[in-house]
Design a protein around this ligand. Structure first.
Ligand code: TEU
Length: 545
């Protein structure tokens, strides 16, 4: 497989609204990102994925775009954006823009035109259908944010499709003119020197609505090949698709280099493992550790040589990993480091979501009003109608609500965690006095420095090639507490062992320890035949070959 710069990269996701506010309006901004570039350089990442900063009515915090080539005033100006790209590039950091082209805002000029009349030239940029025979919605498709995916438009007496909120009408990718306009817009950004795109729900663009096909439609891959040819294929950039329905076989279609589509995709099999098959995250089920290891390992082995993995625990839609599957109280530091080690030594490109590197946790707001996320509010109301109780929904929101990830970044122990001098748009997690960047940077044993070491190992050590390209093998697949795997190439044999439980346990593993590369406890046991593992202990060994 031809080597690419992004095989060696570590990406840091910024949710700009919650990162750093410099204007005092309570909303993070681009100048805040510029201000913190040196912090990110210190961590060692070399790519930033910037969640949307384009002009938007902010119904879904920027995932509803009304102008792809303007910056939302609350985030700054295009001059700030240009400066960010340049200042980042000077530090060897590339910027990935979030490409949200499954839908626009209903305030995008295309949609404002489209809804004027049935024969408006922009009508066909969106998806319109007549009412069904019984005068109801055209079909049974639902929105990801609950309820029907169809919204009636009085003026033209037709419904339009929205797979997310009704302020996010879906674009009709079957329209060639629309596709060309999008490619031109992508080239506008590529010419500015960005490092690539993260592509929002890209698996939906090939949809066949009348056959009720949304994800993985028949035209999806032809469109991506066309997009590649008309835009980013002419640049040396990273492209990562958000693909909820991807299996390894599907992921290869996107990321096999010979197909000229994307660099890699985000798959979600592991992160939806404890969600109800139909009702999703609002009805959490138990976490099946054996299945979890099986899924992680399947992705490691099946893309080998034929595609590329992206590695992540968190993003702006998911709960915080330490709270989700670890212990965010007594063992928060050990847990955070354990999850980091297990992920960062796998094959693929790791992604860190802002705050993960200091072990930020989920939040529990008392009342629904304190939450901002549109998905939380829509599901709360719809599920109550379906028979869920208030208590049940609040529990589910505490566990899996998207605002867990979106509370402001905790910089220091000053008011509002140093995020803003104004009123933050979403309340700061009350634990900010202990969990913050200032404390993390002062303490050489902090989670931050553990991440830094992992990045250093991947990018700049004698083990780099083994970590990036080595083979993967799962050990102890049936073990209920331990996640252990080998990474190996001709030079090195690495063993990663992690205790996913709060118990002190002993295991027997094969091999002789040559070196301890990294661990999350002070002293490490070296005898693999009698390996004691403390709560959430994770050790990375080099073994004799
Ligand atoms: O997310 C896609 C998506 O399907 C999520 O809404 C997800 O299903 C849900 O939050 C479960 O956690 C992308 C963006 O990442 C998300 O922020 C946007 O709201 C959505 O697309 C629409 O653009």
């Amino acid at each position: 497989m031809e080597k690419k710069w992004w095989h060696r990269s570590v990406v840091y996701q910024i949710y700009p609204r919650s990162f750093k506010d410099t204007s005092g309006n309570g909303i993070g901004d681009l100048r805040g990102v510029i201000e913190k570039l040196d912090y990110l350089k210190e961590l060692g990442i070399d790519v930033i994925w910037l969640s949307p900063v384009y002009q938007s009515p902010m119904d879904d915090n920027g995932y509803d775009i009304s102008n792809y080539q303007e910056i939302a005033p609350e985030f700054g100006t295009m001059a700030d954006m240009d400066e960010l790209i340049e200042q980042a590039n000077q530090r060897g950091i590339r910027i990935l823009m979030d490409l949200v082209v499954n839908h626009t805002s209903d305030e995008h000029p295309w949609f404002l035109e489209a809804k004027k009349s049935k024969n408006n030239p922009y009508r066909d940029y969106y998806i319109w259908r007549d009412a069904s025979e019984d005068d109801g919605v055209p079909n049974e498709l639902n929105s990801t944010f609950s309820g029907t995916a169809w919204q009636y438009d009085e003026t033209t007496q037709q419904y339009y499709l929205h797979l997310f909120s009704k302020k996010q009408p879906d674009l009709n990718w079957g329209n060639q003119k629309l596709r060309e306009e999008i490619y031109q817009m992508m080239n506008f950004w590529l010419e500015k020197g960005i490092g690539g795109f993260r592509m929002d729900v890209i698996d939906l663009i090939g949809k066949e609505i009348d056959q009720l096909i949304t994800g993985n439609g028949p035209q999806l891959h032809p469109y991506l090949q066309e997009m590649n040819q008309a835009s980013f294929g002419n640049y040396d950039v990273l492209t990562v698709g958000e693909t909820w329905g991807a299996t390894p076989e599907i992921a290869k279609l996107y990321s096999d280099p010979s197909r000229h589509e994307l660099s890699m995709v985000f798959q979600f099999e592991h992160v939806s493992i404890d969600w109800h098959p139909q009702e999703g995250k609002w009805r959490p089920t138990t976490f099946d550790f054996i299945k979890f290891k099986e899924i992680m390992s399947k992705w490691q082995t099946s893309l080998k040589g034929e595609g590329w993995n992206s590695l992540f625990w968190n993003n702006h839609d998911l709960p915080r990993i330490v709270s989700r599957w670890g212990n965010d109280q007594q063992y928060r530091v050990q847990t955070a480091k354990m999850f980091a080690s297990v992920l960062h030594l796998m094959q693929g490109t790791p992604y860190i979501f802002q705050g993960e590197e200091i072990g930020m946790t989920n939040v529990q707001f008392e009342s629904l009003e304190e939450y901002n996320d549109i998905e939380i509010h829509q599901f709360y109301h719809d599920n109550l109608k379906k028979g869920y109780t208030h208590e049940q929904m609040m529990e589910a929101i505490w566990k899996n609500g998207r605002d867990n990830a979106r509370t402001p970044m905790q910089w220091d122990e000053s008011k509002n965690a140093g995020f803003t001098t104004g009123m933050p748009w979403l309340k700061v997690n009350p634990n900010y006095k202990t969990i913050n960047v200032q404390n993390a940077l002062k303490d050489k044993q902090s989670i931050f420095y553990h991440y830094k070491s992992l990045i250093e190992l991947r990018k700049n050590s004698q083990y780099s090639e083994t970590i990036i390209y080595g083979d993967y093998q799962l050990l102890l697949p049936e073990d209920q507490q331990v996640f252990a795997y080998i990474r190996e190439d001709q030079q090195h044999r690495l063993l990663v062992v992690a205790n996913f439980s709060e118990e002190q346990i002993v295991r027997t593993l094969e091999g002789e320890v040559k070196d301890v590369i990294l661990s999350n406890y002070d002293e490490t046991n070296l005898d693999l035949s009698n390996l004691e593992l403390r709560p959430y202990e994770a050790i990375v060994f080099e073994l004799n070959k």
